[in-house]
Design a protein around this ligand. Sequence first.
Ligand code: ZN
Length: 270
Amino acid sequence: MLTMFGVVPKVLWERRMPADPRNRISLGMRCLVIEHDVGLILIETGSGNKEDRKFQDIYGIENEGANGRTALEDGLRAAGYTPDDIAIVIDTHLHFDHAGGNTYRDERGDIRLAFPRARYVVQGGEYHYANHTNERTAASYFARNFVPVFEAGRFDLVDGEREIVPGVTVMPTPGHTPFHQSVLLESSGARALVLGDLVPTAAHLPLPWIMGYDVEPLVTLETKRRVLARALAEEWTLFFGHDPAVAWARLTHDGKTYGAVSDPPPGKSG
Ligand SMILES: [Zn+2]
């Protein structure tokens, strides 16, 4: 999609990510499950099952489950879990491709919580922003993805940096949306950052490679400058949600720009 690289010319970005004749590029929609003492923690829920064929074709979404309702549910089952096992859901933000799987549509057409035992965590500012859209932002926020969670009393609306459970901290990373958050994981001395849409793919590591979707691209720039400097100094592993190939990487800097080298995931998560 031309929107994925903002002001970066196509002749530059298509070397890294070839586009199809409709200018679409291949992207992942990756969620992360963490096995924690408190139970399973799910970061991001993908696009869910509620959108119609026309919508799915526009974005080329492939998220149908072979056994469950979605590819996410299939993945959970392949790991030996069910949606009932999720104790905490963390949404980096409420765009449809990150929080669409918070809820699902059942056979009767009713909207239900996809993770009925979980509490859901998002920044309070993001929840408010998602409920007050304008002409530019409305195409990304669908109330059915988050209002039912709020109405069920399951949202934990946080304000700023917060340790959700030991070793799992949400950290404001504004720019893509004003209250976007990333998730810092710490386990036996190692740290990993789930970037969300701050840096959607490894190709977006150079500071000015910012998505056209970002509502505050200059804020994204400063957030990237701050967060990536810390990630480099403290040798964090990075987790990319939209990269078609790279899930985990270690940040590098060659004196001019940021890049990535492959890095195995910390612990046994994958
Ligand atoms: Zn987004």
